[in-house]
Design a protein around this ligand. Structure first.
Ligand code: GLY
Length: 387
């Protein structure tokens, strides 16, 4: 358990695990460690918990729809991550008394012309070869499922086991569940130094407020910000990948679509209460989070092409966030280069989807157990230059 000593300005805390980063991944890790393993956990976040990438994530749970040729290992992880979500959400709601925000609505992956339909046919073959329970849709079957689709619809794929979560609700529930499980959250405080011993081990961190946190394990869930305070060889190689989204809402709380709707130009995520999230741009712009007229125009135009009823919705906000991308855009998940260091970042487009399974993987690693899914493909040191 955590023990705190000292005055307001300069604390010393001893705990089992310190988690750096209170986005959805860091909070899921902290909750699993505290609630399931009974460990003392301190979470440090440089800002407000849940207010960076998790605040902007659309929350589409779409492993089959987002599957790419040649990414079989990632597909295995994202499928396992998707399967975790129902139990995770139920447990989280019981532990927090708050909604986790999960809706199992399925995804329609649509083509809007013959070229797109042909390319979707290839993806459908890849998905069925991988054993995914997907259904090819003729244009009329797609319209039967989603009557508001534009006439241009040229066919598509239904992934019935997919869904969506509202990551803002999930993070609020996680924060409450963490609090109830005794997790100590230090918000608005930033890690500036690693406590290293002479034998290549990390034994805690120091923050800008002067708090020294001694811990048996340090978990990096720092998203696009990485860990500049670690020795160079132990830093996760991440870069920020900007995503702009637009949030809309039906004035009377009605849903303009039942399923997630995905085309090559857009995804539309309809929430249960009539809110709709349109996502997302993918931009290599460093740490820039400016919302641009071009980004918003593109999202609204592409959404209108497939679901003209978006034009009837109220505009709520346009906002940008930063996905953490690794050099191959696969997660960085596993033991780090220092004894006691565990890396849980680089989730790129899959941070929300993979948060629950990442919590389980990290909890197993801290306990010295085999992780529940194979993670060797995602080893954080796979980019290290070996001499
Ligand atoms: N998973 C969707 C995105 O990152 O935009």
């Amino acid at each position: 358990m955590s023990r705190i000593a000292g005055n307001e300005q300069s604390h010393r805390i001893a705990t089992d695990v310190v988690v750096v980063g209170a986005g959805i991944v860091g909070l899921a890790v902290a909750w699993r460690l505290a609630a399931r393993r009974g460990l003392g956990v301190v979470v440090v976040d440089r800002g407000v918990p849940g207010r960076e990438a998790s605040w902007v994530g659309a929350g589409m749970l779409a492993p089959a729809t987002e599957a790419q040729f040649g990414e079989q290992e990632l597909l295995a992880l994202t499928l396992a991550g998707n399967a975790c979500w129902d139990g995770f959400a139920a447990e989280l709601e019981a532990a927090s008394g708050l909604p986790a925000g999960l809706r199992r609505c399925g995804t329609l992956h649509l083509a809007l012309d013959r070229d797109e339909a042909e390319s979707l046919r290839r993806l459908h073959r890849f998905q069925t070869d991988a054993g995914l329970p997907v259904e090819w849709l003729t244009p009329s079957r797609a319209r039967e499922l989603e009557p508001g689709l534009a006439p241009a619809c040229a066919g598509g794929i239904l992934s019935p086991h997919e869904g969506e979560v509202d990551p803002r609700q999930t993070c609020a529930a996680l924060l409450r569940a963490c609090e109830r499980a005794g997790v100590h959250v230090l918000a608005g405080d930033e890690v500036v130094e690693a406590l290293l011993d002479g034998d290549g081990a990390i034994r805690g961190v120091v923050t800008t407020s002067g708090t020294r946190i001694d811990a048996g394990h340090v978990v990096l869930a720092t998203g696009a910000w990485g860990a500049p305070w670690l020795p160079a060889a132990a830093r996760p190689p991440v870069r920020p990948v900007k995503g702009q989204i637009v949030n809309l809402a039906h004035p009377a709380g009605e849903r303009i679509a039942e399923h997630n709707v995905w085309t090559p130009g857009i995804y539309v995520v309809p929430r249960a209460d009539g809110r709709v999230c349109l996502g997302a741009t993918v931009e290599e712009m460093g740490f820039d989070v400016t919302v641009t007229a071009g980004g918003v125009h593109e999202l609204l135009r592409e959404a209108y092409r497939v679901l003209p009823a978006v034009a009837e919705l109220d505009f709520v906000e346009a906002i940008a966030g930063l996905r953490p991308g690794s050099p191959d855009n696969m997660p960085l998940l596993g033991r780090g280069a220092l004894d006691g260091l565990i890396v849980a970042t680089g989730h790129y487009r899959n941070g929300i989807l993979l948060a629950p399974i990442t919590g389980d993987v990290v909890a197993a690693l801290v306990a010295g157990e085999e992780p529940p899914v194979p993670i060797s493909r995602f080893a954080p040191d796979r980019f290290a230059v070996r001499t």
